[in-house]
Design a protein around this ligand. Structure first.
Ligand code: 0RA
Length: 732
């Protein structure tokens, strides 16, 4: 008895210390407390449901961003056990949710292959949540328990019967005193949930967003698993082989290692290799990737020379053989070791041989059974090798002219005097006139200017030899200083900030996308290191009483006009009383939003006043309007007040009042700003707004680039059409 008591106390201390430890050092457990960490919470919870699916007990996972900003993950698995835990003297569910690393199954099958990047379990999510509510259907009853910041606030209770249904539903609201991020982002979660559905074939993941105006909904289910993933990545490329699938498992030192590979060649010049271990995207690669590459190289070499397609003199490299290849490698390893800077590099040595073994045998068989495909692949490989040789020759000749090594910097580059790259910035400026202003206005010690004329070459459509023949590209390479291809050396970067500064119009967006494509494909390390930025020049200049102000976005301009418009202007409540200023600004903002939605709906050929009263109307416009009008009802007004004219007129009046004595000028291009203006608004490190380009989601970016830049016209047309009303997406 005495022993049990002390044990009980010990366990309680364990909970307290565990939860406090997580709250004290959240970054140690989930990576960071920004956007990544915030979304990581979701992955930790979803991974538990995925585990249930992998164990064969769960087929359906629902993820919902709730209207209040919390998030629910619901599955139809076995349900978290609710019976008394044998040693901890409390319900098992409480143990799972409050003790670190207690997420593992108690049935002895400790084979947890899934798991978030950090594999810390749902108890960490609990510790970092302002509140968490869990419902479990199990053993015929519905059970419920609640927590706040990792501690029980409502003990386990039984709420009723649930028949023979089973499952778990976890709802949590992240603790905003810990996270800097404020909301779950549809795009981010969508990409990860889609990826999980590809990696775990047969699982259905249903995702819905009930927060805000945009009611998104999507269901991911892929019976073809990673083969469908390959097809998805190649959506806009022209395949030259079928999707080839290999899988197998071998006994490793710590248990069974499973490997699944899906690959397809396309006529593209780029390579996509995405590798996973236990559903974790191993961005830095590792032993599964090296095993795959080794097997691919040796098999192509062997098949090619046996069949006289490759001759002794053709010195092919692995890179040549991977040109145009899209491949997914997914392995399940019982005790994975993750290494590397971001802990996303698989270290288990034996996996190399296991993957290589599976690929070598079966790829050789595939080539033998499909000689025409093998021939196409090898021909492409030979072309890639020739292009590489031509590029080397081109580099040699330019080196002799001293262009590549920075001995002679291009004349167009207006360099800065500072030599320490951590202090310097290179502005890539669209057009000569803006280049002139930038050159005059800049801080000469730290800011260099490179004006770019015309369009940058589209690297998606050109092999390296042609690329290096392009003057614009060569200038860029020389200015940056890291070299190119095999000679790439990040330590030679001449600037640690490379700022793309283009006009806020369609041409500017195109040039920006071309430059980003170039950096992403050819100098990815610049982006990985966070060296690439987008300048944010203002869209408007607003002048009033000789004082001028710059305005960055349309939204900001509306806000400004409405706020100014409400100066010495009274808005009445329904009951005739005068509305407070803040409330009036909120009302005007809402009216402006309604106006924009109504306009969009009209452009699509609908009547907004009819749509809002038709509860059966579908589509994002209809649901946005309904949502906006439901907010308007909080002010005591309804659709008839708006469409009837009085509120619409009020909005116009307020705006007109705001514009009095005010001049609003819209910049058409950077070239319209004089040197001082350009520096003050866009280049001055003290005042400017810049966006750092990050490719946290390389898949989405690559899709975007291929979509907008690739050869396939149809998907591009469709994308532009789908996004025509949301053109901002196109601009990144
Ligand atoms: C511990 C043991 C068992 C299942 C689970 C946890 C479990 C956890 C979560 C979290 C979200 N969904 C979940 N589903 C299950 C095994 C239970 C058994 O043996 O019946």
């Amino acid at each position: 008895m005495a022993e049990e008591t002390s044990n009980y106390n010990a366990e309680n201390i364990q909970v307290l210390e565990g939860m406090e430890a997580v709250r004290k050092r959240p970054a140690m457990y989930i990576g960071d407390t920004g956007e990544r960490g915030y979304h990581h919470l979701v992955y930790e919870v979803v991974d538990n449901s995925i585990d249930e699916a992998l164990a064969g007990y769960c087929s359906l996972i629902d993820v919902i961003i709730n209207a209040d900003g919390s998030l629910t993950v619901k599955d139809n698995g076995r349900g978290i056990p609710v019976d008394m835990h044998p040693t901890q003297r409390k319900p098992a569910i409480e143990v799972v949710l409050t003790i670190l690393h207690a997420g593992g199954k108690f049935d002895g099958s400790n084979y947890k292959v899934s798991g978030g990047l950090h594999g810390v379990g749902v108890s960490c999510v609990n510790a970092l949540s302002d509140w968490m509510k869990v419902d479990v259907k199990r053993g015929g009853s519905l059970h419920h328990i609640e927590f706040s910041r990792g501690h029980v606030t409502k003990p386990l209770e039984t709420l009723g019967d649930c028949g023979d249904e089973t499952g778990t539903s976890v709802t949590f609201f992240p603790d905003h005193t810990i996270f800097s991020c404020r909301a779950f982002k549809w795009e981010i979660l969508c990409n990860r949930l889609r990826e999980l559905a590809f990696l775990n074939k047969g699982v259905t993941i249903h995702f819905r967003d009930d927060e805000g105006d945009a009611h998104h909904e999507e269901t991911f289910h892929y019976d073809g698993g990673i083969d469908e993933f390959t097809q998805f990545l190649n959506l806009n490329k022209k395949p030259i082989s079928p999707v080839i699938h290999f899988e197998g498992s071998r006994e490793g030192t710590t248990g069974m290692v499973q490997a699944e590979i899906s690959m397809q060649y396309t006529d593209s010049y780029s390579t996509i290799e995405q590798t996973y271990c236990n559903n974790i995207h191993t961005i830095e690669g590792g032993t599964h990737l090296t095993g795959f590459r080794r097997a691919l190289t040796s098999t192509i070499n062997k098949y090619g020379s046996d069949n006289k397609l490759i001759k002794e003199k053709d010195s092919l490299t692995g890179d040549d053989m991977r040109e145009g290849l899209t491949v997914i490698v997914s392995v399940k390893v019982p005790q994975p070791q993750f290494e590397g800077q971001t802990k996303t590099k698989l270290g288990n040595g034996e996996v190399d041989g296991i993957v290589a073994g599976i690929v070598s045998d079966r790829l050789m068989t595939f080539f033998e059974e499909n000689p025409s495909v093998a021939k196409l692949v090898i021909e492409k490989t030979l072309l890639a090798a020739r292009a590489r040789e031509a590029a080397r020759a081109a580099r040699e000749s330019t080196r002799r002219k001293g262009v590549m090594d920075g001995l002679s910097l291009p004349g167009k580059l207006k360099d800065c005097s500072e030599r320490d790259p951590s202090k310097t910035e290179l502005f890539l400026v669209e057009g000569d006139s803006a280049g002139g202003s930038a050159q005059t206005g800049r801080d000469r010690t730290t800011q260099a200017i490179l004006p770019l004329r015309g369009k940058v070459l589209n690297v998606e459509k050109a092999r390296i030899d042609r690329m290096l023949a392009n003057a614009e590209i060569r200038t860029l390479i020389t200015a940056i200083g890291c070299g190119f291809g095999e000679e790439w050396d990040i330590s030679k970067a001449r600037y640690h900030k490379i700022v793309i500064m283009t006009d806020a119009d369609v041409d500017g967006a195109h040039i920006r996308t071309l430059l980003l494509t170039f950096f992403y494909r050819k100098m990815p390390e610049l982006i990985e290191r966070g060296y690439v930025y987008l300048a944010q020049p203002p869209l408007y200049k607003v002048e009033r009483k000789k004082k001028s102000e710059y305005v960055l976005t349309d939204g900001e301009l509306t806000q400004k006009l409405l706020t100014l418009g409400l100066d010495d202007f009274e808005v009445k409540n329904r009951d005739g009383s005068v509305m407070e200023k803040d409330r009036a600004v909120a009302l005007m903002t809402l009216l402006a939003e309604i106006e924009a939605t109504a306009k969009m709906v009209e452009e699509r050929g609908f009547r907004p006043d009819e749509l809002v009263n038709d509860s059966s109307a579908q589509g994002s416009g209809a649901s946005m309007l309904r949502k906006q009008f439901s907010s308007l009802s909080a002010f005591g007004y309804g659709p008839s007040d708006y469409f009837g004219g009085s509120l619409k007129k009020l909005l116009d009046d307020v705006r007109a009042h705001g514009k009095q004595g005010l001049s609003v000028y819209r910049f058409k291009g950077l070239g319209e700003m004089d040197a001082d203006e350009l520096f003050d608004t866009t280049m001055n490190p003290e005042k400017r707004h810049m966006l750092r380009v990050k490719l946290s989601d390389a898949v989405a970016a690559d899709q975007m680039f291929s979509l907008l830049m690739g050869d396939e016209v149809e998907p591009r047309r469709k994308f532009i059409e789908d996004n025509a009303l949301n053109v901002r997406n196109l601009d990144f």
